[in-house]
Write a protein that binds this ligand. Structure first.
Ligand SMILES: *[C@@H]1O[C@H](CO)[C@@H](O)[C@H](O)[C@H]1NC(C)=O
Ligand SMILES: *[C@@H]1O[C@H](CO)[C@@H](O)[C@H](O)[C@H]1NC(C)=O
Ligand SMILES: *[C@@H]1O[C@H](CO)[C@@H](O)[C@H](O)[C@H]1NC(C)=O
Ligand SMILES: *[C@@H]1O[C@H](CO)[C@@H](O)[C@H](O)[C@H]1NC(C)=O
Ligand SMILES: *[C@@H]1O[C@H](CO)[C@@H](O)[C@H](O)[C@H]1NC(C)=O
Ligand SMILES: *[C@@H]1O[C@H](CO)[C@@H](O)[C@H](O)[C@H]1NC(C)=O
Length: 520
């Protein structure tokens, strides 16, 4: 049977793509004077480890990234029958079972979309493939801001007509229709599985708010159950309906980005203040019932969407209420100031109090701290910050981790309030290239290997160690062990999986290592 013209064209196109990603693999490293390198990619070349398949039983795969310049460097070795005897042993304990992974990803902000689209079509395609295709790093989650946030070039919501309680004038912005939506559709087309889209709003329209502005300290007028609270719930439903017209359906929505920000005097960008009590009652009286009655009743609702220092108090207030709790699926956390709040006291306690609700990381970025601001090309230190936080979260019941902007420019923007930060992908529009930062590989060591449904299992160390580690059994029975070495003390180690044997390995100075092996 002859091929129809469109499928013949599609076939040629696919063949060309496959060839070209197979021949590109080594990192083209560039040093910008920090402690490590970035990998430079352009319209025709980008480093990639390709699709990963594990060797047969009795062998293991390893992937190494390091300050010294390795980037997901693949290796293979033989699983040994006997222990080498010496040093630290990490024993995988498969019968100790913890949470199952949902996924990893980043955010399609206005800034990310502007930056991606500032590249040539070929370079855009390379960038999206790096995150979403099967040769990429396995992103499956995309957070989508509802209307503007600080990473926008102007202030807007979808319903800026004062007094529009019926949302008659609700309309998506040009940023959605011309930039974010087409990019999300391209990402979805590249992805081997349906993306899990996650929506978060920064501010309600000014006319619904006590301060009549998108920024600063302000909350919804009136009380939960009142007309502003009802309209604000309907705004979410309208958003889901409008995106669905473009075949983009959402896995989850949050109750709003950083509700604590809108409680701060003179907060400098878009925010909507909620106390946990008001959030509880808004979910119980307005958002929950509205979503339940909508065409999208299975969309998950995640509360908090703010820093873990608010836990477990916030969760106690909201989840102890059965009227709110029955509509809620999880608790979303941001990573800012994590170093001040022990994971066990916040995440661990919340999990143990409310084991039926999952914990999910919805925002993180490097370069946000005033003492260490903006883009740092090639910073390994920031790769360690990412890997440390992801590992700590995973070891405390978190089921996924979402980075902030998918791509930024070299100043760490655009951002209308100049709140410039770093991103795993930095674009240089003039040269039509993008740089994959060390943080890109930190994400990859987890996102490429921990498929949805992978379950964290126990690991026991034969003695105290500075290594950080986390082990998982994937749905096909294979084991993934991720090891971070931020230490300066000398330690040798081996891994013991009682099901297969011993693996002797080294984690070089300042390195991140993913080991994986089949068990049958
Ligand atoms: C892309 O990068 C590769 C590898 O550095 C280089 O050989 C090639 O010339 C570059 N292509 C363009 C269009 O700059
Ligand atoms: C493993 O150790 C046992 C007992 O010490 C020994 O008999 C055996 O030969 C060893 N096997 C291998 C493959 O080294
Ligand atoms: C709102 O929508 C109505 C009818 O759909 C239209 O007549 C009106 O001009 C719109 N108002 C604004 C401010 O866009
Ligand atoms: C809608 O998206 C799904 C994947 O999420 C895809 O399978 C389906 O073909 C798409 N439908 C249309 C009409 O594009
Ligand atoms: C908030 O802004 C107002 C007006 O600019 C100013 O007068 C006030 O001092 C600011 N308050 C704080 C706490 O910064
Ligand atoms: C971790 O890195 C240190 C140097 O920072 C090195 O001495 C040590 O051997 C590494 N640990 C392992 C287990 O390889």
């Amino acid at each position: 049977m002859a091929l129809s013209l469109p499928s013949a064209v599609a076939l040629v196109f696919l063949t060309a793509q496959v060839t070209h990603s197979a021949e590109s693999n080594k990192c083209v490293g560039r040093n910008f004077g920090h402690d490590s390198v970035v990998c430079e990619c352009n319209s025709t070349y980008c480093d990639s480890v390709g699709s990963v398949t594990l060797p047969p039983l009795g062998q293991y795969s390893s992937y190494l990234s390091s300050m010294a310049g390795s980037r997901l460097e693949p290796g293979r070795g033989q699983v040994q029958v006997n222990s080498t005897g010496a040093g630290l042993r990490l024993t995988v304990v498969p019968y100790q079972k913890y949470q199952k992974i949902r996924g990893f990803g980043g955010a399609m902000t206005d800034a990310a979309a502007i930056n991606i689209l500032s590249l040539s079509a070929g370079a855009q395609d390379q960038l999206l493939r790096q995150y979403f295709s099967s040769e990429g790093i396995g992103y499956s989650v995309v957070r989508v801001p509802m209307a503007s946030c600080d990473f926008s070039t102007r202030l807007y919501t979808y319903a800026d007509t004062p007094g529009d309680y019926n949302l008659d004038n609700f309309t998506l912005a040009p940023e959605d229709v011309n930039m974010k939506i087409p990019l999300l559709q391209r990402a979805q087309a590249l992805s081997p599985r349906p993306l899990s889209l996650l929506a978060s709003a920064w501010s309600a329209p000014a006319w619904m708010k006590t301060n009549d502005a998108l920024i600063g300290k302000g909350s919804l007028k009136g009380q939960p159950g009142g007309k502003e609270h009802k309209t604000w719930a309907q705004y979410y439903i309208r958003f889901l309906e409008e995106y669905a017209k473009y075949n983009l359906t959402f896995w989850a929505l949050t109750t709003g980005n950083e509700p604590s920000a809108g409680q701060m005097t003179n907060y400098s960008f878009q925010a909507l203040g909620f106390t946990p009590e008001e959030q509880r009652d808004w979910v119980a009286l307005d958002l929950g019932p509205a979503l339940h009655a909508s065409s999208y009743p299975h969309t998950h609702i995640l509360i908090l969407d703010d820093n873990r220092l608010l836990l477990p108090h916030w969760a106690k207030v909201v989840l102890n209420d059965i009227h709110a709790g029955r509509y809620i699926h999880g608790v979303a956390v941001h990573w800012y100031m994590d170093s001040l709040v022990p994971a066990e006291m916040s995440l661990g306690v919340t999990h143990h109090l409310y084991p039926d609700y999952y914990l999910f990381g919805t925002e993180a970025c490097a370069g946000w701290n005033p003492l260490d601001r903006g883009v740092k090309l090639g910073s390994w230190d920031r790769a360690e910050q990412y890997a440390h936080d992801i590992m700590e979260d995973l070891n405390h019941y978190v089921v996924g981790w979402t980075d902030w902007n998918l791509a930024l420019d070299q100043t760490g923007g655009p951002n209308w309030v100049k709140n410039f930060v770093d991103s795993p992908v930095i674009v240089d529009t003039k040269r039509d290239v993008f740089y994959k930062q060390p943080t890109f590989y930190s994400m990859a060591h987890f996102s490429k290997f921990l498929w949805e449904g992978s379950q964290r299992v126990g690991v026991s160390a034969s003695r105290k160690t500075d290594l950080e580690y986390s082990a998982f059994i994937r749905p096909d029975g294979s084991v993934v062990l991720i090891i971070l070495n931020r230490s300066s003390s000398v330690i040798l180690f081996e891994v013991w999986d009682p099901a297969v044997g011993y693996i002797t390995s080294t984690a070089p100075a300042h390195s991140l290592l993913t080991l994986a092996w089949n068990t049958h």
